[in-house]
Structure formats: C-alpha cells, structure tokens
Design a protein around this ligand. Structure first.
Ligand code: NAD
Length: 262
C-alpha cells in the first residue's frame, strides 16, 4: 500500500512518553513512511525519548526546550549543518499551572502558560520555516494541538483555555504570514485523552466520562485518530487546508447542554 508521507521528513516536538499525543503522531508518521526528527525537553526526558525514538527508527533526537531561544538556535544550527529539509512540523507542547481559576491566576503563571503553550508555536514556526521546501516544491505543513477550552469555558482548564485561544489565533496569523510560501499552519483540537499533561486538569476523569455520555459518537477520543488527522494535514491530501482548527473529538465540540444518559 502506498504511504502518505513517504519521502517526507517531519520534526515532532512534544514526545515525552508513550502516552504523549506526539508519540501517537510519530507512530502514524512512521507507518506512513516519514523520516522523523524528534525533540525532547531537558535531560530528564532524554533517555526515554531516545528509547522511543529507537523503536520508531527516528533519524535523529535533539534537545529543545521551547522557552530557551538558545536551544531553538541550536536546533536550527543542527538542522542547517545537516542540510535538513522539513516537510512537516508538529508542535505538541503545553505547560501551565491550572490550579487556580483564571480570576486568581497571577501575572507570572499567566505569562508562563502563554509563553510555553502559545508563543512557542510562533518561535518554532519562525525557526523551521527556512527549512521547508520552496513553494513550487510544495512548501510545508506546521501543526499544533489545541483543545475546546480555547473557545468554551471548560471547568478547571483555567489559564490553559486562555493560552489555547492565543494559540489558535496564532495559527490563523501564522497561516496568513507563511501562506505565500505555501507553508500551511493548522491546529488539531483533540478530545480529552489521558496523558501526563492532562493530569494537570483537576477532575480530568469527568471530561472523559462526559465524552462517553455527551459526544455524538458516545466515546472518548483515541490518540490514533488524532494521529491520523495529523497525517492528513502533513500529507498532500491536506494541501488546501490552512489556518484551520480541525476537531478530532468524537464530535464533543458541537454539543450544547449535556443530554441525560441514554
Ligand atoms: P504530554 O505531557 O505527553 O505532552 C506535553 C509535552 O509538552 C511534553 O512532551 C512536554 O515535554 C512538552 N513541553 C512542556 N514544556 C516544554 C518546554 N518548555 N519545551 C519543550 N517541550 C515542552 O501531554 P499531551 O496531552 O500529549 O499534550 C500534547 C499537546 O496536546 C498539548 O498542547 C496539549 O495541550 C494538547 N492537548 C491535549 C489533550 C489531552 O486531553 N491530553 C487534548 C487536547 C489537546
């Protein structure tokens, strides 16, 4: 069977363990024939990500803490020294202290959530764009991961909802800025999935339960479904799609009031 990403190289930021959405995306990209470059955040993650990368036969594993400009510069220098060409880049990164309501969130906590979870997409896009093929050769695809809390109030999602709103607005502006180079920028808004980051949301299990009762498909989101949508966006099949927020959430996002159990 033909592979949708054969001959393409993808840089994936945000794998930290087997439960990471970025790991599911890396698996799907490997299945579709992409050459992978993975990054990890800090020495604590190095070993795990190297082990996962070896299983995925990743071409390279590089450090990149997105809050450190020098690490982004080092990443681009490394890519430059290899003469790397990137066809797609997956930004699957977020961090914030969600323990307080938005009304109680400090300036510092607000800034951290925005820096790591929203601004980093801008910094990454700027760093990687020069490595994407010229427009006549197809350009490239950049994608990030968002959540419904960007546009609706989801209990306990708190400042991350504000950061995701900024992330989704950044997707639209980046899509406009980079579109003339045929670089597409999109977000996948995933349904709730149990990951390490998700543990930061108080009563997260209630979101999982709600999806089973309320979503049109009456079930939770499978990371593999998110990953297949990422394949679509990275592949030529997604060539006409940019500035979009693609919901992969069993339809949760269309629902208003929760229905009683059926
Ligand atoms: P995860 O914890 O596996 O992934 C989050 C990643 O962000 C980790 O790899 C972590 O190392 C990385 N990260 C945090 N700070 C960083 C920094 N300074 N530099 C570099 N990397 C940094 O959890 P996940 O659920 O796979 O999250 C991935 C993305 O998916 C996030 O943007 C998250 O908001 C989004 N998302 C998750 C869900 C869900 O329910 N799990 C739903 C929708 C969207």
């Amino acid at each position: 069977m033909s592979q949708l990403l054969s001959g393409k190289t993808a840089l994936i930021l945000g794998v930290s363990n087997r439960w990471s959405l970025a790991y599911a995306i890396a698996q799907a990209f490997t299945r579709e024939g992409a050459k992978l470059i993975l990054t990890y955040q800090g020495d604590r993650q190095k070993r795990t990500v190297e082990e996962l990368g070896a299983e995925l036969k990743a071409h390279q594993i590089l450090p990149c803490d997105v809050t450190k400009d020098e690490e982004l510069t080092r990443l681009t220098e490394e890519l430059k020294s290899q003469g790397a060409v990137l066809h797609s880049v997956v930004h699957s990164i977020a961090f914030g202290d969600l323990s307080k309501t938005v009304a109680q969130t400090s300036r510092d906590a607000f800034g951290v959530a925005m820096d790591v979870s929203a601004y980093s997409l801008v910094a990454v896009a700027r760093a990687v764009a020069p490595f994407m093929p010229p427009k006549e050769q197809g350009g490239g695809s950049i994608m990030t991961l968002s959540y419904l809390g960007a546009t609706r109030v989801v209990e306990n999602y708190n400042v991350m909802g504000v950061a995701k709103a900024a992330l989704e607005a950044s997707v639209r502006y980046l899509a406009s800025d980079l579109g003339p180079s045929n670089i597409r920028v999109n977000a996948i808004s995933a349904g709730a999935v149990k990951t390490v980051s998700a543990r930061g949301v108080r009563d997260f299990s209630k979101l999982l339960e709600a999806a089973v009762h309320v979503s049109p498909l009456r079930r939770n989101t499978d990371p593999a479904e998110v990953a297949d949508a990422a394949v679509f966006l990275a592949s030529d099949l997604g060539r006409g799609v940019t500035g979009n927020i693609l919901f992969v959430d069993a339809g949760m996002q269309i629902m208003g009031f929760a229905r009683s159990e059926q």
